[in-house]
Design a binder for this molecule. Structure first.
Ligand code: URA
Length: 210
């Protein structure tokens, strides 16, 4: 573990991830587990949020109580699989602003092609958390972070479920200032750019498509 990469080794995360990886996990089970894992890794990605204090009255007495500081954070889902992580993190931070970046992977070149982007305003003043379950080749993640930086984001974190060593290296080369938080780092990519052992196509598994 270094500053650029955090692997959330919590036993509940690892247990749930194993259940999700199984070929026989149903769509409903996969989705439920993804939501549960996203709460746990979302807890980790929000660990160092800036805090301030506010004066409140408890039923007993006034106090200076801790509260989140600064502008609402921005959650950016990288479509479509990002939505599976988004839901859980949004439960933890319901006031977050939400953006979407649509990228598909050209099956020939494995390069990302952008087809949609709508992100919150004032990204320069917000902690921006990009979510995508699979950091595979890293190409689409780099493209999404490029876009967020072009829109002004300066403080960005990348949250995923599984990462490949290749994807981590590509992200670190392009965006060394963007920490990656993941539940696991798998062995490698296969010839089609899939993570192995992995869990297959995260989007297909959570939405029941093929
Ligand atoms: N996207 C997925 O959904 N799975 C992979 O293994 C790689 C990219």
């Amino acid at each position: 573990m270094d500053n650029h990469l955090t692997v959330v080794s919590h036993p509940l995360v690892q247990h749930k991830l194993t259940l999700m990886r199984r070929r026989e996990a149903s769509t409903a089970e996969f989705r439920r587990l993804l939501r549960e894992v996203s709460l746990l890794i979302g807890y980790e990605v929000t660990r160092n949020l800036a805090m301030t204090t506010v004066k409140i009255d408890t039923p007993m007495m006034p106090m200076d109580a801790p509260i989140l500081d600064g502008k609402k954070l921005a959650l950016i889902s990288i479509l479509r699989a990002g939505n599976g992580l988004l839901d859980g993190v949004l439960e933890l931070v319901p006031a977050a602003r939400v953006g979407f970046i649509g990228l598909y992977r050209d099956p020939e070149t494995l390069k990302p092609v952008q087809y949609y982007a709508k992100v919150p305003d004032a990204l320069e003043d917000r902690l921006t958390i990009a979510v995508d379950p699979m950091l595979a080749t890293g190409n689409s993640s780099v493209a999404a972070i490029d876009l967020l930086k072009a829109k002004g984001a300066k403080n960005i974190r990348f949250l995923c479920l599984l990462a490949s060593p290749e994807g981590i290296a590509v992200m670190k080369a392009a965006h060394p200032d963007v920490p990656i938080i993941t539940a696991a780092v798998d062995d490698r990519l296969d010839d089609h750019g899939y993570i192995v052992p992995g869990l297959g196509d995260a989007g297909d598994r959570m939405f029941g498509t093929k």
